[in-house]
Design a protein around this ligand. Structure first.
Ligand code: UD2
Ligand code: MN
Length: 594
């Protein structure tokens, strides 16, 4: 019981604070830092390279497979705002090469340096939380491949700056055989020059392993009681670690994730994320879900924890022995993708629990594309998903295979070791997981048959239309239309001037939450390539990819990918739209006007 624990330690903690705070140069155990002003995270233009300006590393990374349909320039609406800060051609090159190699604004990242203040994004009540004095110390494992030096160093320093020394056992950096020319030398000499060796250890993979085996290698070098995994472009926020360690101390089978705040890939501005939890769709893509009221209204409220069916993957803490006992990761998974669902299913099905801790905040640079590929150019996400489907999903793997029939015949390697893990731990069934942990997940029934398409336009079924009209984006003040003909299957949608007399601009929003343009095709988000922009597809009537909720807040929420429809650049005549993490901004507000 959190409450009893806190009451029992409150007095000792207060005494401790009384005697220890500010007494020596050491870091106080608890830091009650006032909320930083809204300006706190604004970047200070510095027209020299500044302390963050490490040398640029020159090698071209393999461009990402499966990036969205729009070109990079179109996807970076905010870039233009920073043009005035480009000082000379060299700066421009840093920015352009940075986007090319890392898919975020490296110019700003370099200018920010390795330390910066962040806005304290926690609920006010988190600042009054008191955690046990004695907590297990953490080994922070950060695996990286071709990371931008300034982003990597900011990740490391944010941990060093914001973690009480006695709780930070070590930071293990796993260089996954990066190919950038100077990265190795720069990192080694930086660690040496700044005498970071005491806390920071660099492990180097001889060949590219991918983030999954990379993390296993990192964990095998770790000696702290708790493992904390972070991506290499993160910044941890105020008092981030204590709220993660406390629940693990109470129950070593509890795995915890911080709330992942958003660091803009274009501006590097740090902003809070709403409290959401992890889910997935039958394409086996992770998505964010709203938290059911029953979870939010738990006795601990905003400062407690939220049970989450899945984790995003990059940022979590777990007892080190439990990580090993639970079977680490599937070492047959390559490079990127799928391991987050695999470990999430495994945690729940094999007797653990997965929680999101709203008082722990860590920012992450969310890029619009992955800046690297896999060495052989394979789709590792499909390979990894196949493995997890065959080991963990029982008969429900058919839900995935029905969406990806081409994968039925694809080889996925030997999974016997993973099946033995499931056997050894006496894990429950996937049905139990769905019924108990993720009851919101819709299952087409019977679940081993392909979903029957329902042809709205052939009159077999016509769900009741709730609303009709033009779909106007409030920021751009334009309406959503087909880019080509409204009858063209697979066609994109874009924003154009609203025209009340044009039937091609008329959307119907029906009781199945479908959005149908000009009486024919449905607005659809691919569950297989969720980075693609939405398209017009034949209405299939089974929700998911064609299910949109149009709520009072004017947001258009895509149920399957767990994101909101947004205009990419409100000023651009191209009028591109895409789904993005819901943030309540005007770019994500829509009105269906009759
Ligand atoms: C998300 C997760 C990521 C991982 C992934 C699914 C978050 C914030 N991020 O994608 O951690 O779970 O989903 O697999 O939840 N890396 C290597 N070697 C490689 C490829 C990547 O070391 O071959 C590193 C990379 O430098 C980064 C980390 O692995 O530090 C995660 O990769 P990412 O940032 O490209 O993944 P992300 O955030 O798109
Ligand atoms: Mn990442």
């Amino acid at each position: 019981c959190y409450g009893c624990l806190f009451t029992s330690v409150t007095w000792s903690v207060l005494l401790f604070l009384y005697f220890s705070l500010g007494q020596d140069g050491g870091r106080p155990t608890f830091r009650y830092v006032p909320i930083q002003g809204p300006q706190a995270h604004r970047f200070q233009p510095r027209f020299s390279k500044g302390p963050g300006g490490g040398p640029e590393h020159g090698i071209t990374a393999v461009p990402a497979a499966g990036a969205g349909g729009n070109k990079q320039a179109d996807l970076s609406p905010e870039m233009g705002h920073f043009d005035s800060m480009i000082f000379n051609e060299q700066d421009q090159e840093v920015r352009d090469m940075g986007y090319h190699k890392h898919a975020f604004n490296v110019l700003i990242s370099n200018r920010l340096g390795y330390h910066r203040d962040l806005p304290d994004t926690r609920d006010d009540k988190c600042r009054d939380m008191i955690y046990p004095l004695s907590l297990p110390a953490a080994s922070v494992v950060i695996c990286f491949f071709n990371e931008a030096f300034s982003a990597l160093l900011r990740t490391v320093h944010s941990v060093l700056d914001r973690t009480p020394a006695y709780l930070l056992h070590e930071i293990i950096l796993v260089d996954d055989s990066s190919e950038l020319a100077d990265l190795k030398e720069d990192l080694d000499s930086y660690v040496q020059q700044h005498k970071l060796q005491v806390k920071v250890k660099v492990v180097r993979n001889e060949k590219r392993e991918g983030l999954i085996r990379g993390r296993m290698i990192g964990a095998s070098h770790a000696t702290g009681e708790v493992l904390v995994f972070l991506d290499s472009h993160c910044e941890v926020n105020e008092a981030w670690l204590q709220p993660l360690l406390a629940p693990i101390q109470r129950d070593h089978k509890t795995v915890v994730c911080p709330v992942i705040d958003i660091i803009s890939a274009d501006t590097l501005a740090y902003s809070p994320s709403p409290i959401v939890r992890g889910g997935f769709n039958w394409g086996l893509h992770f998505k964010w879900d709203t938290v059911p009221a029953s979870e939010l209204n738990s006795p601990d409220g905003a400062v407690g924890s939220i049970r989450s069916p899945t984790m995003a993957g990059g940022l979590f803490a777990m007892d080190r022995k439990y990580f090993n006992e639970l079977g680490q990761y599937d070492s047959g998974m390559d490079i990127w993708g799928g391991e987050n669902l695999e470990i999430s299913f495994r945690i729940w099905m094999c007797g653990g629990q997965l929680l999101i801790i709203p008082c722990a905040r860590v920012g992450h640079i969310f890029r619009k594309r992955r800046p690297y590929g896999s060495p052989g150019g394979q789709d590792t996400m499909a390979h990894n998903s196949l493995r997890l489907a065959h080991v963990w999903m029982d008969e429900y793997k058919e839900q995935y295979l029905n969406l990806r029939p081409e994968l039925r015949e694809r080889a996925y390697g030997d999974i016997s070791e993973r099946q033995a893990v499931r056997q050894r731990l006496q894990c429950r069934s996937f049905k139990w997981y769905l019924d108990t942990i993720y009851p919101e997940m819709q299952v087409a029934s019977p679940h081993n048959k392909p979903q029957q398409p329902v042809f709205v336009n052939k009159g077999l079924r016509r769900p009741k239309v709730l609303q009709r009209g033009r779909l106007r984006n409030l920021k751009a003040d334009k309406c959503l239309v087909a880019q080509g003909r409204s009858t063209q299957k697979g066609g994109a949608v874009v924003l154009r001037s609203c025209d009340t007399h044009n039937p091609e601009q008329e959307w119907a929003y029906d009781e199945e939450h479908e959005l149908i343009l000009a009486g024919l095709l449905c607005l659809d988000m691919s569950e297989i390539r969720s980075s693609d922009p939405p398209r017009l597809m034949k209405c299939h009537g089974s929700g998911g990819s064609q299910q949109w909720t149009l709520g009072k807040s004017n947001r258009l929420y895509q149920v399957s990918v767990g994101q909101c429809l947004a205009v990419v650049d409100p000023i651009s005549p191209k009028g591109y739209v895409a789904t993005a993490i819901c943030n309540g901004s005007q770019s994500q507000q829509w009105q269906l006007e009759g």
